[in-house]
Design a protein around this ligand. Structure first.
Ligand code: HEM
Length: 475
């Protein structure tokens, strides 16, 4: 009897040890003394992914997923997303710590589907010296002298877009329209490619697979996206090889100042491979047009519901328009006079950041605020954590462009990220927004058809019906 009792006791002790070991393992605690952040890791592997996706689809990631967990656990909490133990961080000091320690403590970490579709040789996958060198090629084109050349080109794309798509219409969908125009800017002004029918759709199909399950079987979104990527790569390869040949024959000078020229110069000098050129071209299209078009759409939504702001903004543009001769295009100097418009744009970017936040991966064990973030874990920073914090933005739910008259503390306003990976196209996005708004408000009266149109996320935020507006020409 005593023997049986002893045996059962030992068996129970072994079972308890195994369960405790597995529990600790699943929750990322390997038994040493490190203190992991508080939080719930959810189910094995899947963790809290479903709740995360559900909130994301409603464009309520912060409200429905992050905020309740901050209330429960604090501004540093652990969870498990898409198979990875993840620490979600919020606040200025977290933004500064994680964004500025890129390459030292963390590296950018995108889901495998995004890497395969954007290209594993694009800037987002580069680290250290290689990142610095590729980034240098991209940002050189967006230097002040590069931007001087870009303004008239952006003006041309907006004017042509309005002529083809707005003229003669009494209603259009603003988000889709801005998407087409911003797509033309990247393709024509940066990559030297004339936009042809169906091209934007091809890129859209790739985006549809970026955050979908990695199921590479016919009919699944990832499979369709990969197929579309292959078509894009083939098209870009033809462009790059033709341009390279022209440049090696001493032609192509007229395209000086274009990003594609810069990349191909690097290719000829052997500083960048053909695969890297293609992957960066693909990435730039995505990085540039979906973000900028959503920003334009949200600015207009805010202007429509804040008539006083609209009047001030319109006055700024009418003054600039009246200072020009008929047909004279805008200059970089003109865009520098659009101070109030840029305040409106920043306030909209604060309230509706096109990029919610992004993932990093710890490359060493990180000590942060008394917690250990183990090597290999993911870190998710979000713009919302500070954009809606009343300590940095008084009355954060109200639209108040003039708050940007005062300096904003570093790392509190981060729609373009921060640190070594801060948006490389920030200046281009700014110019595109300002120029688009200039032509739109000086040439058209407009009003929203569905002021309360829901915003969904797929995988970036989009107005559900493309933001229909009524338009009528002013002259
Ligand atoms: C309103 C428009 C835009 C917003 C809100 C935006 C936002 C961002 C954010 C938040 C990041 C950092 C992502 C991270 O830290 O993981 C980023 C990176 C980047 N953006 Fe933008 N972006 C915009 C427009 C553009 C445009 C027009 C271009 C193209 C010229 C561009 C090119 C890039 C590139 C190449 C990176 C990667 C930089 C690196 O890894 O070093 N973006 N953007």
């Amino acid at each position: 009897m005593g023997f049986v009792f002893g045996f059962v006791l030992s068996l129970s002790a072994i079972l308890v040890s195994i369960i405790s070991f597995l529990y600790k393992k699943l929750n990322g605690n390997n038994g040493n003394n490190r203190r992991l952040p508080p939080g719930n890791m959810g189910l094995p592997w899947i963790g809290e992914t479903l709740a995360f996706y559900k909130a994301q689809l409603k464009n309520q990631l912060f409200e429905d997923f992050i905020k309740p967990r901050i209330t429960r656990h604090g501004t540093v909490f652990k969870t498990r997303l898409m198979g990875s133990p993840t620490v979600v961080v919020s606040g200025v000091s977290a933004n500064r710590f994680f964004l500025s320690n890129e390459f030292k403590l963390v590296v950018s970490s995108w889901p495998s589907t995004a890497v395969q579709l954007m290209g594993k040789d694009s800037i987002m996958e580069k680290i250290g010296e290689r990142h610095h060198s590729v980034r240098g090629m991209i940002t050189e084109v967006l230097s002040p002298s590069g931007l001087e050349h870009l303004v008239p080109k952006i003006c041309k794309t907006v004017e042509e877009h309005l002529k083809t798509n707005w003229q003669g219409q009494d209603r259009i969908t603003l988000f889709s329209s801005a998407k087409m125009q911003t797509f033309s800017v990247v393709m024509e002004c940066l990559l030297g490619i004339d936009v042809e029918p169906g091209m934007l759709d091809m890129f859209e199909r790739v985006l549809e697979g970026v955050f979908k399950p990695l199921i590479d079987l016919p009919g699944f979104p990832f499979w369709r996206a990969k197929k579309a990527r292959l078509e894009i790569v083939e098209m870009l390869l033809n462009v790059v090889r033709k341009k390279r040949e022209e440049m090696e024959r001493g032609l192509g000078e007229k395209e000086e100042g274009m990003l594609v020229t810069q990349l191909i110069k690097g290719l000829i000098r052997g500083e960048i491979s053909e695969v890297e050129v293609i992957d960066n071209m693909v990435l730039l299209v995505f990085a540039a047009h979906d973000t900028t078009s959503f920003a334009i759409a949200m600015i207009c939504r805010m202007l429509a519901s804040h008539p006083n702001s609209y009047t001030l903004l319109l006055q700024e543009h009418v003054k600039i328009m009246e200072s020009k001769r008929p047909g004279e295009t805008l200059t970089l100097e003109d865009t520098r006079k659009m101070n109030y418009t840029w305040q409106v744009a920043r306030e909209s970017l604060r309230m509706f950041p096109p990029i919610f936040g992004s993932f990093r991966k710890a490359i060493v064990d990180i000590q942060y605020e008394g917690f250990t973030i183990p090597k290999g874990w993911k870190v998710l920073w979000t713009a919302y954590g500070t954009h809606y914090d009343k300590d940095y933005f008084a009355n954060p739910l109200s639209f108040n462009p003039s708050r940007f008259e005062e300096p904003i503390p570093p790392y509190a306003f981060i729609p373009f990220g921060g640190g070594p990976r801060i948006c490389a196209g920030y200046q281009l996005a700014k110019l595109n927004i300002l120029v688009f708004l200039h032509y739109m408000v000086t040439r058209y009266d407009w009003s929203l058809i569905q002021p309360d149109e829901p915003i969904t996320m797929d995988p970036l935020p989009v107005p559900l019906h493309g933001m229909p507006i009524k338009i009528s020409p002013k002259f």
